[in-house]
Ligand binder design. Structure first.
Ligand code: ATP
Ligand code: MG
Length: 420
């Protein structure tokens, strides 16, 4: 019986894997230039972490988590996002006592029980980062500029950046009251989730995907018109900072983000090429999350980007992320003695960082030449009894078909000189 992969998951084969690797390398380079160090946290954590950190009324926690009991009856969950785990790690590892801000980036698989569609999978990859310990809006600007720079390094310079502010604890209290007042008359027509949101977490009402609820949300009072003085001030710092770096943005007053922990600045980078949602990268400030998860009051900000959505974006722009490498040398062999000489030459050259291929399948000469052609090899040499006896063999430049006679014991030297 042939077994399929579970819905919403996929194998990543070598050419595709190369793209992931390149994205990771470019991202990690940009992060390092901004002073970020890499962190890896467990793929599964106690369920409680996400319930508290992401929020029980969010879609992610209420509908999308892969939660299970392990053999010791502990409730564990495959991480649906990266921030909660990094915050937990920041607290557990005493990073509060380090010089602040502490800046961490990551790349890893995330798991959500989703309706699978274009750009929406059950296992997907995120790159992202978190910065702890700065409440200044200047770090908001720095992080947005980092994302922008990363996109530019990939050859993308025209995604739409949307920003908004969803206020702090203080102005949210007032805003929630206004929101509930507004929603009061529509309550009976809302979906069952929104009825719960109304009492538990009114801000979530604005993020509902049900059509009728979206209609109601459309005319709801806007957070932007209800910010306290400090939040307003911070938001202008963000706008000015982006202007200063000449990074274009649009203010989207209805942007609230799907996770509970955000405060003040929230942002998204949007594209038309990645399916219904269009969000490639999303992030924002979370000034109460560290405390909520049991740490000292510490401001934080971060973002996460879906790598599969990013790859779709690159593909639709015909930006090639593969960096296919071809063997510099193929040594075709006839007989065991030739093979042992060839394998020694290959071993030496590989040690020198040169990609060499030899026959390990017992193919005949003709089949070996066919193989070398398929592999786009640069040079081919053939060694058999005669070549060994005379120490003379032919090296062929595959592109031009030109052949030259060289000494068998000089193969390595010649390849090292001509590898480029
Ligand atoms: P959406 O509104 O598209 O469901 P979200 O608000 O749930 O997104 P976040 O939790 O902010 O997304 O995740 C950040 C990014 O991770 C998204 O912008 C997207 O690029 C990617 N992402 C989220 N969920 C998925 C998924 N199921 N499959 C692939 N990528 C995803
Ligand atoms: Mg989602």
């Amino acid at each position: 019986m042939k077994l399929a992969v579970p819905k919403g998951t996929k194998d990543v084969l070598s050419i595709e894997m190369e793209k992931y690797r390149q994205i990771e390398n470019i991202f990690s380079n940009v992060c390092k230039n901004y002073g970020y160090g890499e962190i890896t946290t467990p793929v599964f954590e106690f369920t409680e972490l996400f319930k508290r950190g992401v929020g029980e009324t969010t879609d992610v926690v209420s509908k999308e988590m892969y939660t299970f009991l392990d053999k010791g009856n502990r409730s564990l969950t495959l991480r649906p996002e990266g921030t909660a785990g990094v915050v937990r790690s920041y607290i557990n590892n005493g990073m509060t006592s380090l010089v602040q801000p502490v800046k961490l980036y990551y790349m890893g698989k995330m798991y959500r029980y989703e309706n699978v569609q274009k750009g929406r999978y059950r296992e997907f990859t995120q790159i992202g980062l978190e910065a702890f310990g700065s409440s200044k809006a200047s770090i908001d600007v720095e992080i947005i500029s980092l994302v922008n720079m990363f996109f530019e390094k990939l050859g993308i310079s025209d995604l739409q950046l949307m920003i908004n502010s969803i206020g702090c604890k203080t102005c949210r209290l007032e805003y929630n009251k206004k929101l509930k007042n507004y929603y009061e008359e529509y309550i009976s027509g809302l979906c069952s989730d929104c009825k719960i949101r109304y009492t538990k977490n009114p801000l979530r009402l604005l993020d509902c995907k049900v059509e009728n609820c979206q209609k109601v949300a459309k005319n709801a009072p806007l957070f932007m018109d209800n910010l306290c003085g400090e939040c307003l001030n911070d938001f202008s710092t963000v706008k000015q900072g982006l202007d200063n770096l000449e990074i274009d943005f649009t203010i989207n007053k209805t942007l609230v983000r799907g996770l509970d922990y955000y405060t003040k600045t929230v942002f998204e980078f949007i594209s038309d090429n990645v399916g219904t949602q269009g969000t490639i990268c999303a992030g924002g400030r979370y000034d109460d999350l560290v405390e909520l998860l049991g740490g000292k009051q510490t401001p934080g900000i971060g973002f996460a980007m879906g790598v599969e959505r990013l790859l779709m974006e690159l593909e639709s722009r015909e930006i090639n992320m593969t960096n296919e490498v071809y063997p510099v040398l193929y040594i075709a062999t006839l007989g065991e003695k030739a093979y042992s000489i060839a394998s020694k030459i290959a071993y030496e050259l590989r040690k020198q960082n040169i990609y060499v291929d030899i026959d390990v399948s017992g193919r005949g000469l003709k089949a070996q030449m066919k193989y070398a052609n398929k592999k786009n090899v640069k040079y081919v040499v053939v060694i058999g009894e005669n070549e060994i006896a005379s120490n003379k063999c032919k090296i062929k430049i595959m592109e031009t078909g030109v052949e030259k006679q060289i000494n068998v014991d000089a193969i390595s030297e010649i390849i090292i000189e001509n590898k480029a």
